[in-house]
Design a protein around this ligand. Structure first.
Ligand code: GLN
Length: 533
C-alpha cells in the first residue's frame, strides 16, 4: 500500500495558520473516509518544545505517550478527534542526534557524513516509517517556519526528494502565503506570494496548491495574477480568508473544491464524498458559536500576555460551553500583579488556574484559590493550580502558616507540595518531568465519581512536584478530600471540597483530552457550575 503525502509549507511570514490549513485539509480527507494523520516538523534546534517559554512559542502540548510537543499537535488532535503520537513532531535536534549517534557507532562505514544524504535520509526515514507503521492512506506533513529560513532547508530538501522518489501522483505540495490589503477596500497585494513561491521554486519545489491568507475572500483577479506568476492554475489558488472560528476553515476549503482537486492530483478513484460525514462535523462547528449570554471565566496565571500559552485550556472551556449552548468569555488576570482584591474576581462565574512553573506570580494564585474557596466561587485548578490550591488550603484552613511548595520555597516548614521522589537525582531539565497518560483511580461517593462515572480514568501529566501525602489526614479533617489517586494511592491526583459549590484541583491536564463535540468531563462540570453561579 502506498501512502500519499501532502506537504504543507509556509511563506511570507510566520503565524499565517499553516497548522489550521494542515488540520483542515486532514479533516476534509478524514471526512472522505481516508485514514489520515499529521506530522509537524519544527526546524529549531530544541530537541522538543518542553524547554521553550510558552509566552514566546505558545503552549507545550503533551501527547498520550508523553511527548512535549508543538501546539499544532493539539490542533491536529482537536480537528481529527484522534490521538497523535510524539513521533509526529520532528525537530532538527532529533534528526541530528540520531545521525551523530550512528556516526559515533561507526554505522556509516567510513563515509563522510553530510546533510545530503545522511540528514535528509533520516528525515525521509522518519516520515516514511510513520506512514508505513500506521498504514495511512494520506499523511499530511507541515513544515514549520518560513521558506527561506536556513533551518528549514534540509527538511524541504528531504520533502523534495520524496516527491521525486514517489512521483507526482503521490505527493502534493501546498504552500500557505499571504495577500495583504493595506486598507479595508484596498487591493489585495500579490507580491509577497510571488516572492515566496519564487523562493520555493529556487530550491526545486513547485507548489501544486496555494492557500492564500487574506482578510476578505480572495478576488478572482487576484487569483489570476497569483496564478500567472506562480505557475499554479487559478483553480488551485484557494482563498483562506478570515472566518469566525478556525473550525470553519475545512468548510471554506471544501466549497472551493479542495477535496476533488486533491483526489484528482492523486489519481485516486472511488473516494467517498465527504458530505455524508460532513453533517456531523458541521453540527459540532455550529454548536461552537452559541448565541447566548457568555459565561465569564477569570483565568489567573503567569503566562497571560499570549493567548496561545494556554490554547488547549481555552478550547476546552469553549467545548464545555458549547455543550450547554453558551459561549465562554475568558479574561486574563496576571497572578504577578493580582493583590487579592475580591472585587476583581467576584464579577466572574468561575475561576480557572492553569498549569505553571516557578515562584513568580505564585502568591497571587494562592490568594486567588483562597478567595474562590471563601466566597464560594467555582474554582478549577490544573496542575500548578491544583498544587497551589492545596498550599492555600494548608495556610488558610489548616493553620499551617507559610506552607508552600518546595518548588517555590525549598526551606518551607510545611512542604505541602514536594518533589516527586524519582526526581531527586534529575539534573537535565528537558524531557524529565512526569509525562504522558497515566491511570487514576476515582474514589466512591465523590464529586469526581459523579463527574467521570467510572472507577479508572487515564489522563495526561506534565509535572515534577506532587502533593505530600503526610498531610492527607489534616486536609480531610478540615474539609478537603482527595478523590482520585494513582500508583496505588501513592500520588494524589484530584482534590475537592465537598461543601463548596465547585472546588476542584487536578494534578493532570484534562485540557489535552477535550475535543470539539466531546468536552472533557471536568471542564464540563466546571462550566456547568459556573453557569449556575
Ligand atoms: N510546576 C509544577 C510541577 O512541576 C506544575 C507543573 C504544571 O503546572 N504543568 O509540578
Amino acid at each position: 500500500m502506498q501512502t500519499k503525502f501532502i506537504f504543507v509549507t509556509g511563506g511570507v511570514m510566520s503565524g499565517l495558520g499553516k497548522g489550521v490549513v494542515s488540520s483542515s485539509i486532514s479533516k476534509l480527507l478524514q471526512l472522505s473516509n481516508q485514514k489520515v494523520s499529521c506530522v509537524k516538523i519544527d526546524p529549531y534546534l530544541n530537541y522538543d518544545a518542553g524547554t521553550m517559554n510558552p509566552i514566546a512559542h505558545g503552549e507545550v502540548f503533551v501527547t498520550e505517550d508523553g511527548g512535549e510537543c508543538d501546539m499544532d499537535m493539539g490542533n491536529y488532535e482537536r480537528f481529527l478527534n484522534q490521538n497523535i503520537p510524539k513521533s509526529h513532531n520532528i525537530t532538527t535536534a532529533q534528526i541530528y542526534s540520531t545521525v551523530i549517534d550512528a556516526e559515533r557507532k561507526g554505522e556509516y562505514l567510513g563515509a563522510c557524513v553530510q546533510i545530503i544524504p545522511h540528514v535528509t535520509d533520516e528525515i525521509k526515514n522518519r516520515i516514511r516509517t510513520i506512514a508505513k507503521d500506521e498504514q495511512l492512506d494520506i499523511l499530511i506533513v507541515e513544515c514549520g517556519g518560513t521558506v527561506g529560513d536556513i533551518e528549514s532547508l534540509p527538511f524541504l530538501e528531504a520533502l523534495r526528494q520524496i516527491r521525486v522518489e514517489d512521483g507526482q501522483n503521490n505527493v502534493i505540495f501546498v504552500h500557505v502565503t499571504l495577500a495583504p490589503s493595506l486598507d479595508v477596500v484596498g487591493e489585495q497585494k500579490t507580491k509577497p506570494t510571488q516572492h515566496s513561491v519564487q523562493e520555493l521554486r529556487r530550491i526545486g519545489i513547485q507548489p501544486d496548491l496555494l492557500c492564500v491568507r487574506c482578510s476578505s475572500e480572495l478576488q478572482e483577479k487576484t487569483k489570476k495574477k497569483i496564478s500567472m506568476f506562480t505557475n499554479v492554475t487559478t483553480n488551485d489558488v484557494l482563498s483562506c480568508h478570515d472566518v469566525k472560528s478556525i473550525f470553519m476553515v475545512p468548510q471554506i476549503l471544501f466549497e472551493q473544491g479542495l477535496v476533488d482537486v486533491i483526489f484528482k492530483k492523486f489519481e485516486k478513484v472511488g473516494y467517498i464524498d465527504a458530505s455524508e460525514n460532513w453533517d456531523e462535523w458541521n453540527k459540532i462547528v455550529n454548536s461552537m458559536n452559541p448565541n447566548d449570554n457568555p459565561i465569564k471565566i477569570a483565568m489567573v496565571g503567569k503566562y497571560v500576555t499570549l493567548a496561545d500559552s494556554y490554547v488547549s485550556v481555552n478550547h476546552a472551556l469553549k467545548h464545555a460551553g458549547a455543550s450547554i449552548g453558551k459561549p465562554v468569555e475568558i479574561d486574563w488576570i496576571d497572578s504577578e500583579t493580582f493583590n487579592g482584591n475580591i472585587d476583581e474576581l467576584q464579577k466572574y462565574n468561575g475561576i480557572l488556574v492553569p498549569g505553571g512553573f516557578g515562584t513568580r506570580g505564585s502568591e497571587g494564585i494562592i490568594k486567588t484559590a483562597n478567595l474562590a474557596r471563601e466566597k464560594n466561587i467555582p474554582y478549577l485548578g490544573i496542575c500548578f493550580g491544583f498544587q497551589l490550591a492545596a498550599v492555600s488550603f494548608a495556610r488558610n484552613a489548616c493553620n499551617l502558616s507559610n506552607a508552600n511548595s518546595t518548588e517555590i520555597d525549598d526551606k518551607t516548614e510545611y512542604p505541602i507540595i514536594d518533589l516527586l521522589p524519582e526526581q531527586d537525582n534529575v539534573t537535565d531539565m528537558g524531557g524529565s518531568l512526569r509525562l504522558g497518560a497515566n491511570e487514576i483511580k476515582i474514589k466512591d461517593d465523590t464529586n469526581a465519581q459523579k463527574i467521570y462515572q467510572t472507577e479508572i480514568i487515564s489522563k495526561r501529566h506534565r509535572h515534577r512536584y506532587e502533593f505530600n501525602t503526610k498531610y492527607l489526614d489534616q486536609f480531610s479533617k478540615n474539609g478537603m478530600i482527595f478523590s482520585g489517586d494513582s500508583d496505588n494511592g501513592r500520588r494524589m491526583e484530584i482534590l475537592e471540597i465537598p461543601s463548596h459549590k465547585f472546588f476542584m484541583g487536578v494534578q493532570y491536564h484534562p485540557e489535552f483530552n477535550s475535543r470539539p463535540g466531546h468536552p472533557e468531563n471536568t471542564f464540563k462540570a466546571f462550566i456547568n457550575a459556573a453557569a449556575e453561579n
